[in-house]
Design a protein around this ligand. Structure first.
Ligand code: GRF
Length: 197
């Protein structure tokens, strides 16, 4: 069984980060090694506190000037999990972690992805376009926003009178339910295949 040390990157409230930390607490082969945020007021820092996980606050430049790379090295991270992280991951960092950075996006990609398409913007577009189905996507990260190989999607219905807030809450429930399990399957499946090839 492959073991993995994960670094979570998040810019916001951190409800997905919370669920991931809860799921992997006491896990047999997967450890949350650190939490990184680019906002010092981000709720995810409280998640780090609650689960006693080392945390770091960085700025955009630190993603390419070596600070983030050194931190990842110090905490011995071998995979990065984006959970509401709003900055683009620069190419050198992607090269350092090939197929080892995952992201979650609150739409059925390729619909409603790309720069600026995050959070309420996504759900407002779904409602405005009278979509009857939406959902969430978990994908491998490449150099573009929301563009890498899709590894998992889950759908939910959008009812005629649903507001963007209702859609957001239904999609977030899917994210909470599936993200940790998908990370675990990815590590125990895809990454172990990689090891034996
Ligand atoms: C989630 O909807 C996720 O899909 C998106 O950002 C949101 C993060 O929410 N990338 P939270 O901070 O985990 O509560």
């Amino acid at each position: 069984m492959k073991s993995a040390r994960l670094a979570i990157f998040a810019s916001g409230g951190g409800s997905n980060a919370y669920k991931i930390c809860e799921y992997f607490q006491d896990h047999v082969n997967i450890v949350i090694a650190g939490i990184l945020t680019n906002r010092k007021e981000a709720g995810v820092l409280q998640v780090a506190d609650k689960f006693d996980i080392p945390a770091i606050v960085v700025d955009k430049n630190n993603l390419s000037d070596g600070v983030v790379e050194n931190w990842l090295h110090d905490i011995k991270a071998d995979m990065i999990i984006l959970a509401g992280f709003l900055l683009l991951i620069p190419a050198p960092l992607i090269t350092k972690f090939p197929n080892r950075i995952l992201n979650i996006h609150p739409s059925l990609l390729p619909k409603y992805g790309g720069k600026g398409m995050h959070g309420h913007h996504v759900h407002e577009a779904v409602v405005k376009n009278d979509d009857t189905i939406t959902g969430m996507t978990i994908h491998v990260v490449n150099e573009k926003y929301d563009d890498g190989q899709i590894i998992f999607q889950a759908k939910c219905a959008v009812k005629k009178d649903d507001t963007a807030e209702i859609v957001a809450s239904n999609v977030l429930a899917l994210e909470h339910f599936y993200y940790s399990k998908t990370i675990e399957n990815y590590i125990n499946g895809y990454l172990s295949d990689e090891k034996t090839n």
